[in-house]
Design a protein around this ligand. Structure first.
Ligand code: URA
Length: 502
């Protein structure tokens, strides 16, 4: 007796009935495409339809729903499930985000040809391959642009509402992957990205998808914009202005949703009228150290078991940070460096002083002839405090109450490591180590103090050395740091009851 014929999958049934296949997501398309391939349904027999049909330069065919497919019948599966290499599947997934009216039909044609053994279909030398590659490129470019040009605006604190809100008009359907990027970038602070087609809300724990929430950018709260414009003016460097490149990189549809779009034309004309030289002197001088970008996926450490520090709620900063950053170094190190708080890269990586300030600290240790690996390195505050400036997170000095809340952790580290000498890096560290706000860095530099049976040496914070405008002043600040570290090293052999060296 022969086995009963397998039941027809829903997608095949619809095709046989001459009905269009409505597809909204890549996952739905992939499932339908797999069934259709197994049952040998050729591309020309299928009418794909999608809720967002539109048209642009990648379109090579009319929207599939416009043409009536030929009749097609099948009673048994004719093919094995397709083996699609991961590289092709990734391309298909990317291309599925490209807003062209026939995207699902096109992707199916590619899969169909692949299954027929036409593996050139992935190559840019093939007509379909060229179109596939162009769609992937357009989508990647759009993801990049959305990372780069989105601008969050801070909203007044309001129970239940997101803290930061951004409006963006993407050219392709890249919101889901861009949202994931910001989930890993912005810690536990809540935010929303609204687009004309959809919106996403991150409440600090979970990502929620919603339909369009606002009709236009003006509906979003504008507070915080004035601050951003001030910042933008301060980093704008007319001496390096190349308007042609600027306009090529940021097209007019991008500028209209960038707050700085309103002030850029004015700044360009100022530059052309001779502000170029002055601008160079001012803006270059004010530049801070270069931020070395690090991909969150590369930097995120795996934390299987959260430490107690991770669970700290002694102040509000935990909400905005990716994670708490503990001190690191030998458990009984003779010298302890105390910095201010983790920076952007430290927050992502979970390790203190690994970014530009950390690199400078390495140079100071080298110049002083001290091995950094023998030093315990920590911060007065263990969570990164920041404020958004466009897509960047800018360091914000912790408040005294936040420093005080974090004494709890510094005390634990001091009790555990029991260093002979503490080196306070900058004013925040100094205030934390001395437990008072009534102390200045200037008056303490180079003057060792005794606190709770330990020597305390004060020096500059490495970020200050990176920021300081003139080369001479930078050298001087660097030498002060080196002298501070040498002094700390000398104090290791000086009894605490001996007078402090002059
Ligand atoms: N600045 C600090 O004070 N600490 C770090 O860990 C990094 C930058």
């Amino acid at each position: 007796m022969s086995a009963p014929a397998p039941a027809l999958p829903a997608a095949v049934l619809r095709v046989q009935a001459g009905q269009p296949l409505l597809v909204e997501t890549f996952a739905a398309w992939r499932e339908a495409a797999r069934d259709l391939l197994v049952w040998g349904v050729p591309p020309e027999a299928i009418t794909w339809s999608s809720p967002q049909a539109g048209g642009d330069l990648f379109s090579s065919a009319p929207a599939a729903a416009e043409t009536a497919p030929p009749a097609f019948t099948v009673s048994v599966p004719t093919k094995n499930p397709p083996h699609v290499p991961r590289s092709l599947m990734e391309m298909l997934q990317s291309a599925a985000c490209c807003r062209v009216p026939d995207r699902w039909a096109f992707l199916y044609r590619v899969m169909w040809r692949w299954q027929q053994g036409e593996h050139d279909v992935q190559s840019p030398a093939d007509e379909d391959g060229a179109r596939l590659n162009a769609m992937v490129k357009a989508v990647r470019r759009e993801e990049h642009d959305m990372h780069a040009y989105i601008r969050f605006r801070e909203r007044p604190v309001d129970a239940g509402a997101p803290r930061f809100v951004a409006w963006y008009e993407p050219r392709h359907d890249v919101l889901p992957q861009v949202a994931q990027h910001f989930v890993s970038r912005m810690g536990k602070v809540s935010w929303m990205i609204a687009t004309p087609e959809a919106s996403v809300l991150w409440d600090g724990h979970t990502l929620h998808n919603a339909g369009p929430l606002v009709d236009k950018a003006e509906d979003l709260d504008d507070s915080g914009e004035a601050l951003w414009l001030t910042y933008y003016r301060s980093i704008f460097n007319p001496a390096r202005l190349n308007t042609a490149v600027m306009q090529q990189h940021i097209t007019s549809d991008r500028w209209k949703n960038l707050p700085e779009g309103k002030i850029v034309p004015h700044m360009i004309s100022e530059a052309a009228m001779g502000a170029r030289k002055i601008g160079q002197a001012q803006a270059v001088g004010q530049r801070k150290g270069t931020t070395i970008p690090i991909a969150p996926a590369d930097a995120q450490p795996e934390r299987q078991q959260p430490t107690k520090l991770d669970e700290c709620r002694r102040c509000e900063l935990w909400q905005f940070a990716t994670q708490a950053v503990p001190g690191e170094g030998p458990q009984h190190a003779p010298i302890m460096f105390v910095g201010e708080q983790p920076g952007d890269q430290e927050d992502l990586a979970g390790h203190a002083f690994i970014g530009p300030a950390g690199k400078l600290l390495d140079q100071v240790c080298d110049a002083a002839g001290v091995d950094r690996d023998t030093i315990y390195v920590t911060n007065a505050v263990k969570h990164f405090k920041w404020e958004p400036r466009g897509k960047r997170r800018l360091h914000k000095t912790p408040a005294q109450r936040e420093v005080e809340a974090c004494h709890y952790w510094l005390d634990k580290e001091l009790a555990q490591v029991n260093p002979t000498v503490i080196v306070a890096l900058g004013a925040t560290a100094l205030k934390s180590v001395l437990r008072t706000a009534n102390v200045t860095l200037k008056n303490s530099l180079g003057k060792p103090m005794k606190v709770d049976g330990r020597w305390v040496v004060t020096t500059y914070h490495p970020s200050y050395v990176l920021r300081v405008p003139s080369e001479d002043a930078k050298q001087e600040a660097f030498s002060t740091m080196v002298a501070g570290l040498k002094l700390a090293h000398e104090l290791l052999n000086r009894p605490i009851d001996a007078p402090a060296p002059e």
